[in-house]
Ligand binder design. Structure first.
Ligand code: BGP
Length: 476
């Protein structure tokens, strides 16, 4: 393999509530994820977010491990309720200091911070007060929080991502947001909250450009390209529709400042379209993104759906037994998702498709001519810690190797890719499967039921990745 560019950033990702723990320590307020994960704990037995991987207390050790692996970047998120325990108003100085310390420690070790402003963890207070993302008031509170953190860390942070995975939030709104029962019957709210996020995203882009000298900003999107199930024209059209509603509905907003027309026409026909107030589209247009951050795990497949089908959103596999995903997303008369028989999957039914990453990078670059970075990519698995403290995760090495090759092929064909930050730096609390499904390069010794000491162990993949990074991608 030939080398990656010298300025290519190599690292990995995490998010605050999934790794930090210390959910009520040093003045932090509760977030909606603290509550959602407590519910998951009570219903499914998954770990809650109170300790998670205890990164709050282990951050120096974690950065030492990043340094050992040769990281030049680390993508993480700020916890809004650690900084504003009630969402706005009084600032928690200990929370502010935690992120200064974290960023300083990264920089001391030559690691570029890539900061996500929002990764699912809205302060609980804002949900209790006005239903969180379902109320337009959240946009002002987000703007206040974003202005504060951008200003606070402006001299240390160049790369900012705004909101993590709006499209995934629309699909899994009750897992990513705390939604009161009264809204659940009306799926229009999914698109309404996304509209508020579009306003928040635009505001954050403008703030980075106003406040951070040389600052670069973009959204981090959960992106799966959609293939047609067969060469039948109606399946090809279904794949086109799925790509519009699941992907371009978001990316067109960020890079063209418009809602994708065909997706919007479908939403209007089903009574699902968001209300757009006067001036909203102007604000959206004003917020220019400098790059797109991609969270790429898998591709998807769509086929024709008749008008008689029932509307439904993405299903989830809670057990890690292949084939147990509880239903496929369906939009009557538009498309429905289906299994791609030509791809293998993880135990949780996520297809494994490195070529899909090459396809995505080339497709997005063709459409928008913007630099891209990979802020998530990885395989969830049941890793085993052996008696001699090893984790033999060859499947992760295979997965990452093929995806890195795909990125290189895209770069060689002219696509501008800035960074590779796989998911995740260490084992963290999975959004849907607790600690039974692990993604980390570093093993964290705890289970859903037993927190133990959260001791860190390097997995085989971390030694392999170290060689990759140190050879700038030459030694795969
Ligand atoms: C992305 C999220 C992450 C992460 C990852 C893996 O959608 O941005 O927060 O958790 O997916 O998902 P899961 O933990 O559900 O397997």
């Amino acid at each position: 393999m030939s080398r990656f560019p010298d300025d290519f950033l190599w690292g990995a990702s995490t998010s605050a509530y999934q790794c930090e723990g210390a959910s009520l320590e040093d003045g932090k307020g509760l977030s909606q994820q603290d509550v959602i994960n407590k519910q998951n704990h009570d219903i499914y037995g998954f770990a809650d977010a109170s300790v998670a991987s205890d990164h709050y207390h282990h951050y120096k050790e974690d950065i030492k491990l990043m340094k050992e692996m040769g990281f030049t970047a680390y993508r993480f998120s700020l916890s809004w309720s650690r900084i504003f325990p009630k969402g706005r108003g009084e600032v928690n100085q200990k929370g502010v200091a935690f992120y200064h310390n974290l960023i300083d420690e990264l920089k001391k070790n030559g690691i570029e911070p890539i900061v996500t402003i929002y990764h699912y963890d809205l302060p609980l207070q804002l949900v209790e007060e006005y239903d969180g993302w379902l109320n337009r008031k959240v946009v002002d509170d987000f703007a206040n929080y974003a202005r504060f953190v951008i200003n606070e860390y402006k001299d240390k942070v160049k790369y900012w991502t705004t909101i993590n995975e709006q499209g995934i939030i629309v699909q899994y709104w009750t897992k990513k947001c705390l939604i009161k029962d009264k809204y659940l019957k009306d799926d229009r709210w999914r698109y309404q909250l996304n509209h508020y996020m579009n306003l928040a995203h635009a505001i954050a882009c403008n703030l980075v450009h106003e406040i951070v000298p040389g600052g670069l900003v973009g959204s981090a999107t959960g992106y799966s390209p959609v293939y047609a199930h067969s060469s039948k024209p109606e399946d090809a059209l279904a794949a086109l529709h799925a790509n519009e509603l699941r992907n371009l509905y978001y990316t067109d907003i960020w890079f063209k400042g418009i809602y994708n027309e065909n997706a919007m026409a479908y939403l209007k026909s089903r009574g699902l379209a968001p209300e757009i107030a006067e001036g909203d589209m102007e604000l959206i247009k004003s917020g220019k993104s400098d790059f797109l951050a991609l969270n790429y795990y898998r591709s998807d497949c769509a086929e024709y759906a008749s008008n008689n089908e029932n509307e439904r959103f993405m299903g989830v596999n809670l057990t890690g037994e292949k084939g147990k995903t509880d239903g496929e997303e369906t939009h009557p008369g538009f498309y429905k998702m289906c299994k791609n028989e030509s791809l293998d999957t993880t135990e949780w039914d996520w297809s494994i498709d490195p070529i899909g990453l090459e396809y995505t990078l080339k497709d997005l670059y063709d459409r928008y001519r913007i630099p891209l970075m990979i802020t998530e990519n990885g395989i969830g698995a049941r890793d085993i810690l052996t008696n001699d403290g090893k984790i033999h995760d060859q499947y992760r090495i295979d997965y990452m190797k093929e995806h890195i090759k795909a990125i290189k092929r895209a770069i060689d064909s002219g696509v501008k890719v800035l960074a590779y930050c796989p998911w995740s730096m260490m084992d963290i609390l999975s959004t849907t499967n607790g600690y039974s499904k692990r993604y980390g390069l570093i093993y964290v010794d705890r289970t859903d039921k037993d927190i133990k000491e959260c001791k860190r162990y390097r997995k085989d993949s971390s030694y392999w990745y170290e060689k990759v990074i140190k050879s700038k991608g030459e030694e795969l």
